[in-house]
Design a protein around this ligand. Sequence first.
Ligand code: PEP
Ligand code: MG
Length: 882
Amino acid sequence: PKLVYDFAEGNKDMKQLLGGKGANLAEMTNLGLPVPPGFTITADACRAYLETGAVPDDLADEIDHHVHLLERKMGKKLGQADDPLLVSVRSGAAVSMPGMMETVLNVGLNDDSVNGLAHHSGTPRFAWDAYRRLIQMFGKTVLGMDGDVFEDAIEALKRAKGTHDDLDLDADDLRTLVGTFKQAVLEHTGREFPQDPRTQMDLAIEAVFGSWNSDRAILYRRQERIAADLGTAVNICSMVFGNLGMDSGTGVAFTRDPSTGQPGVYGDYLQNAQGEDVVAGIRNTVPLADLEQLDKTSYDDLMHIMATLEGHYRDLCDIEFTVERGKLWMLQTRVGKRTAAAAFRIATSLIDEGVIGTDEALQRVKGAQLAQLMFPRFDTSAAKDLVTKAIGASPGAASGQVVFTSAAAVEAAERGDKVILVRRETNPDDLHGMIAAQGVLTSRGGKTSHAAVVARGMGKTCVCGAEELDVNVAQGTITVRGTTLSAGELISIDGTTGEVFRGEVPVVPSPVVQYFEGTLAPDAGDELVASVHRLITHADEVRRLGVRTNADTADDAARARRFGAEGIGLCRTEHMFLGERRESVERLILADDDAEREAALAELEPLQRGDFLELLKAMDGLPVTIRLIDPPLHEFLPSMEELAVKVAVARERGSASEHDVTLLAAVERLHEQNPMLGLRGVRLGLVIPGLFAMQVRAIASAAVELRARGKDPRPEIMIPLVGAVQELQLVRDEVSRVLTEVGVDREIPIGTMIELPRAAVIADQIAEAADFFSFGTNDLTQTTWGFSRDDVEGAFFSRYLEKGIFAVSPFESIDREGVGALVRTGVERGRATKPDLKLGVCGEHGGDPDSIHFFHEVGLDYVSCSPFRIPVARLEAGRAAL
Ligand code: PEP
Ligand code: MG
């Protein structure tokens, strides 16, 4: 296959092959926008390199060909002594991974061509600075040298000159520095800095390929659930320079505000600088609007191009650009990242502007974004001690102790402490700390700084550019207007307003939650709420999947109902046996004879009946699927180890109580090596006579009572962990008998969970004895993979994620190929027996966006999830139907 594409050969839909950056550079090139010429090496080439450790055979020839084309277009050659062609070598994967992979700029400079560049640009200082930047970047990223080697050399030189400012270093100084750098390369790597431009390019390309598997890239992918085997494309682009003087510069722009979604001119500009300087947040930028004063022509060109791009992509675009001596160049664009709030507001604005329809607007927002909008905010009425106000870069309300290093953040998080990571600026090495912290606060950099971009991507609260703060990492202090905050002190940061407070500020529910609760009207003037209302209403109109909730209490049921639940898909009745009732359960388990057992059941029955009354009342008129008791019995008994010790000690003293001795015998009898595979679910019902019958009587009589009160209770009875139709049939007979006794056998459906592979495979038989199925994908995942759902997360999942065996835990998001195939089988075979068999899912996956799309595809009737995830499920069910 073709491994290299000229920018003119690609387009925006070729992201998988050319990466996001390459595809969009191609798109802009073909739109006639000013993109410096170049070409893209495909992600296929990278994957081949990662698999074999060597670049594919044909790659060198293809690159030669494209270099020649580029040289012809530019009228100059790589390494040309009097006027060299210089290129950048940049990574660019199909999914954006900001700052995670490598870039090498100014490739093509060497001891000869640096003079040509000096002459041609008219500024020797610039040429020598470009050369030292090349050696520095090349040394770090390609040769794997420690960056401090270079930083220290710069510092030493500045000290010798008695200055703190890079700008005081003149051409001769930088020439000296180049000599020092080259010597350092030789000392640290045993080879000379390569003078041949093509060698520089080839090594840089390999380094970019290899950076796909850098530690930080791997960590980022795990965090963002990006597949481990995509690989990155590499863009070779002719250099343009924003650091040729004050008539040059570089910047970042958004076609709308990426934090609120409001239209307008947003971005940052930095005069006389290269792109990396802006993204790194090293120097402070000016607002993009100021460019109009600085360089009206470039500003007008940029505004025009931004309008073109928004019109073309029909969405918010973000842009990186450079001005070289008054000429504007586009270095990158993409449909821009945005906060959750901006996503909703932009989507509905675009409907109003006639750019997109409501279906497309719904496609543009995600369940995960809606979930973010449901986080609490700081209470505006609480007393607050404002420390400073800076840039709200990623919304949310976070409180925690001040920490200054990534390591401290990770340590604190492991202790269970909440922390705010405070830095002058962040860089990709801070990723661990950012993940561990509740929020991130930086004293430098704008909305496009590393901290801001990465925090937004992670949905983590971030305030940046808090220039009033003097952050002293070494001393562990922040000084601000005469006061000092030390490591360990509590602060709170508001990622929406940019405010920083001393102490912990109380939080209040988000307006979006208030809207779902029904306490804030959609037309009360909150634009975000209005957008959410419009899109979720549309989702409800188009979705086919029903949305129910998992709830065991009337409170949860009532909240879920306010959030839009259309019934209960799973009531876990074992949750009703905890607390004070544990003793009755203990008596039940210990019962020696029928009489004792019946007495224990008789104690439990009225309590259960009361539970069901409340639950059915809260969900009046809607289906309530009540699952008969499921978990292993030992969960209701004391720990075997502790009890054994207690009894042994008491025996020693001759004072062991008879109760403890009997209890211990029972605990030992019931002890299981693999309780998850043991006496649970239907097995329990078959082994303990009367237990299920008691629950069914409680359900049925609660329904009768409510009906007598004029209510409309709609219970459904569900049998868990069935693997054979005989199990289900036996229990079903008993359940039916009780229902007949109470006189409600016709109206209460009896169904089962499909949560064992065997059940899915013989679903055609099981359907004979079931009125409905609900897929229990938690247990189905556990038994299909053979992963203990209670143990794996800590034990080895992190390694599995690192190694790319899966990009996300199969307990979080359904494994379509394996577990999903069993769900599909269960659906097909179940419906082969009963074409209108009602099918749902009530495992954790019922609230997971990706999984919801899968359940829609396989034709389930509803998903069931925890109350707080109901809005997300409604939205995603709507999106799945489009
Ligand atoms: C399941 O297994 O998916 C399920 C919903 O049941 P539980 O989580 O209670 O085992
Ligand atoms: Mg289960």
